[in-house]
Design a protein around this ligand. Structure first.
Ligand code: 5AD
Ligand code: SF4
Length: 448
């Protein structure tokens, strides 16, 4: 008689780095014969992959963990594992020890590869284990990943960040910058192409600071990936304006597979605030980069991250952010309320902004950002776009969803009488005529 296969569920908070770490965790456990499930309530093992970039992610984590306690009390064989950026902070480990001593496995961002062994020991020896490395000793290659999408893959090319923006916890939780060697990246991407992957998203905290070896910086790496047969699209995130080189702009014009889209976080529009944030560029330099990109790569779509209410931000500083947004006219922008992160320099700045002021400014910014996104999307009406199909649309079960080269989300329907099975279209590039444009998505009809 075979034993029932143990199931696991992963809850992922935060960015695409965490998404990819979760894919690796799922890959390793699947190799061990465990089965992934979408249903947390029935899973034998729960893994929570945490984010520490903003405080609300912390709060959501502890809230969810509190809920798991009831299940653990009823069913001691239920295994709870926590990992991710929050675990790299001693204060979090102390809180877990004091208030959540029933958590079975605690591990960090630098030792994901150890997790299957830790889990095995916890089950075999009936103990609880915490294992955290302060920094990444060396990059562990060759870990399996269970991809979220069949045709799209996340590929880490560098880890960590040396930049120390004064608001940001990442350099403390993800450690110093380390780049993978180009051969390892290329070999992974060749394997992915052989497995049907059409699009790779290159990941790094400052992906464009990649330094594989003496001769291989980020633009050179892109050129090599551009030559991998089977790969149709290359994307990357997140870029830092300080490292946006002419070589990268040239790669956009030379590499046919490099998508004409860039996520270029600006954070603020005021020089005074940018300096206090330790961003290493000013407003003029940022705008010059945007102009250069748009001159060299017509039609390139640009998105950004913006923080509202950084300590010391005056109304005038905030108006500089609004005017920068109007000048750049972003396709989309992620907007964040400044969140105090203990251990970062800005947490100690005395001139913190009151919550009501932050929220009021945030509202004005979102209104402007959204109105520009909607206007930008309207310009696509009547055009025909190449859409790489991802699968069924989230909001409309009868529709398919995919992305344009510029990363616009497009939903479209295939008529019942067309003789086309929608399931066959996943991973294919379909020409879609845009018939409707909303703030966050486009809608169209396939041109078959
Ligand atoms: N408060 C608010 N937003 C933050 N970000 C990083 N740290 C903070 C913070 N302390 C935002 C930045 C970054 C994005 C990933 O998260 O805009 O680009
Ligand atoms: Fe954080 Fe700045 Fe590094 Fe980005 S560049 S991860 S915002 S410290």
């Amino acid at each position: 008689m075979t034993e029932k296969q143990r199931t696991f569920h992963i809850t992922t908070f935060g960015c695409q780095m965490n998404e990819h770490d979760s894919e690796i965790i799922a890959g390793m456990l699947t190799e061990q014969g465990l089965v992934q499930t979408d249903d947390r309530d029935s899973a034998d093992i729960e893994i929570m992959n945490t984010c520490s970039v903003r405080e609300n992610a912390d709060k959501r984590f502890f809230g969810t963990l509190g809920q798991l306690k009831h299940r653990k009390e009823r069913d001691p064989s239920f295994t709870v594992c926590v990992c991710g950026c929050m675990m790299q902070q001693q204060s979090v480990i102390d809180t877990l020890k004091a208030k959540y001593p029933w958590v079975d496995v605690v591990f960090g961002t630098h030792n994901i590869h150890e997790f299957p062994d830790l889990l095995e020991r916890v089950h075999r020896e009936n103990i609880r284990l915490t294992s955290i490395y302060p920094d990444m000793e060396e990059i562990v290659e060759g870990l399996p990943a269970k991809r979220l999408f069949r045709h799209k893959a996340l590929v880490n090319i560098m880890y960590g960040c040396n930049n120390f923006c004064t608001y940001c916890i990442v350099p403390y939780t993800r450690g110093r910058e380390k780049s993978r060697c180009p051969e390892a990246v290329l070999s992974e991407i060749r394997d992915l192409a052989a497995d049907g992957v059409k699009e790779v998203m290159l990941l790094g905290q400052i992906v464009n600071s990649y330094k594989g070896d003496e001769n291989t910086g980020f633009p050179e790496l892109i050129r090599m990936i551009n030559d991998v047969p089977g790969i149709e699209r290359i994307r990357f995130m997140t870029s830092h304006p300080k490292d946006l080189s002419d070589g990268l702009i040239k790669a956009f014009t030379d590499c046919d597979k490099l998508c004409k889209n860039i996520h270029l976080p600006v954070q603020a529009g005021s020089d005074r605030i940018l300096k206090r944030m330790n961003r290493h560029y000013d407003r003029a330099k940022y705008l010059e980069l945007v102009d250069k990109l748009r001159d060299a790569v017509p039609g390139i779509t640009i998105s950004t991250d913006i923080i509202v209410g950084f300590p010391g931000e005056t109304e005038e500083d905030f108006l500089d952010t609004l005017s920068l947004v109007e000048r750049v006219r972003y396709d989309s922008a992620f907007t964040f309320l400044y969140s105090v992160r203990n251990g970062t320099p800005a947490a100690k700045y005395p001139d913190q902004i009151p919550e009501d002021v932050k929220h009021e400014r945030f509202g004005r910014l979102v209104e402007l950002v959204d109105s520009i996104s909607a206007e930008k999307n309207l310009a696509y009406l009547g055009t025909v776009q190449d859409v790489l199909v991802e699968g069924p649309s989230k909001n409309d079960k009868l529709a398919l969803a995919g992305r344009t080269d510029g990363f616009k989300l497009v939903n479209f329907r295939v008529e019942d009488n067309s003789g086309i099975d929608p399931a066959d279209l996943a991973g294919k590039t379909v020409k879609v005529k845009i018939t409707d444009a909303k703030t966050f998505s486009l809608f169209g009809e396939p041109v078959l």
